[in-house]
Ligand binder design. Structure first.
Ligand SMILES: Cc1cc2nc3c(=O)[nH]c(=O)nc-3n(C[C@H](O)[C@H](O)[C@H](O)COP(=O)(O)OP(=O)(O)OC[C@H]3O[C@@H](n4cnc5c(N)ncnc54)[C@H](O)[C@@H]3O)c2cc1C
Length: 408
């Protein structure tokens, strides 16, 4: 990545290239009526957009050219994001692949791993998922029981993951697994790259309340992967998982928008005007609350983006962005029920049911990527410097802990 300042003329040229591309290719994630698997259809839209972006030499702006990126500056990236935010999001299904897996591969991958995986990931020829959560290890991921054991030139993985977003549409996954049960729980974890079609992997989609199957259970039975698929250092998986979770919180909390945006409030004001509710003083007060939260969130988001563009790895502040985004989502959902009325819960045509989907799935954001309670704990401990929770399992070897199936 070059960081030479762009001249105003070069910046204008680059901006014009971005808008020309977006004018031609930006479609949004709309899926036509009658489409069976909406997730697969939305993924196809994201892949098509990203392939065109790669073709136009605009994909992976700050990533090195030798790994399929453009080797351009953070200033270029900022311009692209500003322009992208003016158009409907066309890459929503790549949030995990690009927002979390790509930066991890770039930061911790060896030259060989980057050469093998980065270009395909950037152009979305391959899609990646994140495999952290297990039935007994969600908020406390360090209690995970999926294990990876060394066998000659391979690692053999056994266990189960759950809530794996888009595993059924992914080519690779980044997994955390236990590599040493003899040491404390945070110390014996490692991170690996797993091809999702490896023998012994079974992916079972979970059926959701809105009719979708966005996430999955993933079972591993004697799954053998090459020793070279270890990502980062052996037994340093916890630090890497923390870094990846921070990328996740920034990806979820920062989204694709830039500048001060009050989209959600504006959308509800339009509906309230149409159905005659806009004069209600209590409702107006609630709408102003939403607008105020969106404005504050925009400012926090801009600061987080500026920090990332200055080369900082996302820190615990990512929890703040994510928590604010969740609170906005929750208030927007509650207000939409009030303003849209019966229509927001009456499920008619499933191909055209954005209010209903929002009512059913809007609350999931307060769980994905770490619950609100966990974000508040992180902000308390690591941003505000409050005393940490007592850790009763500190220093206890993982094999002696009463967690998951080790309770009996
Ligand atoms: C839409 C969605 C997508 C997801 N995608 C993925 C994915 O792609 N990959 C992946 O690995 N996981 C994914 N997850 C899983 C997600 O990370 C976990 O659900 C989340 O971390 C919570 O874990 P849990 O469900 O086991 O709840 P638990 O950890 O069992 O928590 C239950 C309740 O206890 C509270 N709690 C737990 N510990 C504390 C504490 N120390 N202090 C205060 N309160 C506490 C929690 O806040 C929660 O209310 C996804 C989840 C959702 C909803």
């Amino acid at each position: 990545m070059s960081d030479t300042a762009l001249s105003p003329a070069d910046a204008d040229d680059f901006r014009a290239r971005c808008t020309a591309f977006l004018d031609e290719h930006s479609t949004g994630m709309h899926v036509d009526r009658g489409v069976g698997d909406r997730g697969a259809a939305r993924m196809a839209i994201s892949k098509k957009f990203q392939a065109a972006l790669a073709q136009a030499d605009l994909a992976g702006i700050t990533f090195p050219t030798e790994y399929g990126g453009q080797g351009l500056s953070r200033e270029h990236d900022r311009i692209w994001r500003e322009e992208y935010a003016q158009y409907p999001d066309s890459t929503a299904e790549l949030t995990i692949s690009h927002g979390m897996c790509l930066p991890m591969l770039n930061e911790y991958g060896t030259h060989e791993q980057k050469a093998a995986y980065l270009a395909d990931n950037i152009a979305a020829r391959t899609v990646w998922c994140q495999m952290f959560s297990e039935p007994g290890a969600g908020s406390d991921v360090a209690s995970l029981q999926t294990k990876a054991e060394r066998d000659g030139d391979t690692w053999v993985i056994n266990g189960q993951k759950v809530w794996t977003t888009l595993a059924h549409l992914s080519d690779y996954g980044i997994i955390v697994a236990r590599t040493n049960p003899e040491v404390a729980k945070h110390a014996g974890i490692s991170m690996f790259i797993v091809p999702m079609d490896a023998p012994g992997i079974e992916i079972r989609p979970i059926h959701q309340i809105d009719g979708g199957t966005h996430f999955n259970e993933v079972f591993f039975t004697d799954v053998s992967i090459p020793a070279d698929n270890l990502l980062g250092e052996l037994n340093n998986g916890w630090n890497m998982a923390t870094a990846m979770l921070m990328y996740e919180r920034v990806a979820i909390g920062t989204g694709t928008t830039s500048g001060i945006t009050t989209d959600r409030c504006d959308q509800l004001i339009e509906v309230a005007k149409k159905n005659g509710k806009i004069a209600d003083p209590v409702l107006r007060q609630k709408l102003m609350k939403l607008r105020e939260m969106e404005t504050t969130a925009s400012l926090v988001r801009m600061r987080t983006r500026a920090e990332l563009q200055a080369g900082k790895t996302p820190g615990p502040g990512g929890s703040l962005t994510k928590l604010i985004a969740t609170n906005i989502g929750n208030l927007h959902r509650d207000l939409s029920l009030e303003i849209v009325g019966c229509e927001s819960v009456a499920w008619g045509d499933p191909a055209d049911a954005s209010w209903q989907r929002n009512a059913l799935t809007g609350l999931q954001m307060g769980i994905a990527g770490g619950t609100n309670e966990i974000q508040r704990n992180i902000i308390g401990d690591r941003v505000l410097g409050l005393p940490r929770d007592i850790a009763v399992d500190k220093g206890v070897p993982f094999k002696d802990l009463k967690v998951g199936t080790q309770r009996d």
